[in-house]
Design a protein around this ligand. Structure first.
Ligand code: CP
Length: 330
């Protein structure tokens, strides 16, 4: 029975039980297989509407949500602050109440530091439809679920005892939010994985998130470890997720960010470091990946890389989450 998930927000995986997260993954795997075999799902959310509000740009998130709604028989509307009265100051309450009186779901990407996730929860408090996070300043739950689905598909549903490494990497281009590493260190311990977080000084995550990750590991019988040694992190790893994020807890000033990052150009996923992991280890990244900086091209395009499966699984997991929460005909 999944009736209890009707109209449930999906802002953080923390708000969902492990059982319900597994239900979503099982459904995503089923929808993916059915679609591959030619089955059409356009009855599931027929004539239903998802509003997608983007405060920042996107390739994967926008197109996977939009395509997902098409495949489920519904419709999606792309919105930005500039294209709505949000740009003139209309607040989360009014925006949420109005949009949810028209459609069956509202999805939001808002990565503004100290604002984004609060905006989503505020809208959720007033909207009469589920609110989905398409990434905020704290969490990127759809990404983390697509990543987990990718591991389940390849290694089975029991991932306990596997070493999952989230490692900071050097990338010069822009200040990426903390939400991807934070979503991973919160979610993966709940599935019994031994999670290692590796980063140089100044790239720490939010204290609340660290406490949650530790508590999740204790509850599930796994471990959550921090290190400042990238080589140590890669050794013996099963799942490697090297990616860049900004020193947001210290500074977001571009000059300071670049000066800090320049000290750690050696923090990258190299073929040598990959060789120190388990033979069947996988290289993961949420994309966009900064080729030549975050990882060697041979790693990104190598046989251990699952980055395109992760990107594809965004579509399938989001279809499952929308079907479960938007009153889908399953
Ligand atoms: N991984 C991810 O969220 O990609 P986009 O920023 O392209 O949506």
């Amino acid at each position: 029975m999944t009736d209890h998930l009707f109209q449930k927000d999906f802002i953080s995986t923390q708000d969902w039980s492990v059982k319900d997260l597994r239900t979503a993954i099982d459904l995503a795997v089923q929808l993916k297989a059915e679609r591959r075999s030619g089955q059409v799902h356009d009855h599931i959310l027929r004539a239903k509407t998802l509003y997608m509000l983007f405060f920042e740009e996107s390739t994967r998130t926008r197109n996977s949500f939009e395509t997902g709604m098409t495949q489920l028989g519904g419709h999606s509307v792309y919105l930005t602050p500039a294209a709505t009265q949000i740009g003139h100051g209309e607040n989360a309450q009014d925006t949420g109440r109005v949009l949810s009186s028209y459609g069956e779901g509202v999805a939001i990407r808002d990565c503004r530091t100290d604002i984004g996730q609060r905006y989503l929860y505020e809208m959720a408090g007033h909207a009469d439809a589920p609110i989905f996070s398409m990434q905020d300043d704290v969490d990127h739950p759809c990404q983390a679920m697509a990543d987990l689905m990718t591991l389940v598909e390849r290694f089975g549903s029991d991932l306990s005892g596997r070493k999952f490494v989230v490692s900071w990497t050097h990338a010069p281009k822009y200040v990426r939010p903390l939400s991807v590493p934070q979503s991973l260190v919160m979610l993966m311990p709940r599935f019994g994985m031994d999670v290692t977080l590796a980063y140089p000084e100044g790239y720490h995550l939010m204290p609340d998130v660290m406490e949650t990750a530790k508590a999740n590991a204790e509850e599930a019988g796994g471990t959550f470890t921090e290190t400042h040694d990238v080589d140590e992190a890669f050794e013996g790893a099963d799942f490697l997720y090297p990616k860049s994020w900004g020193p947001i807890m210290v500074t977001e000033e571009q000059d300071e960010v670049e000066a800090m990052a320049a000290k750690y150009t050696d923090w990258r996923a190299t073929t040598e470091r990959m060789a120190s992991a388990h033979d069947d280890a996988v290289y993961m990244h949420c994309m966009p990946v900064d080729r030549g900086y975050e990882a060697d091209e041979q790693v990104i395009d190598g046989s251990q890389s699952v980055i395109y499966q992760q990107a594809e699984n965004r579509l399938h997991i989001q279809k499952a989450l929308m079907a479960l929460t938007m009153g889908g005909d399953l």
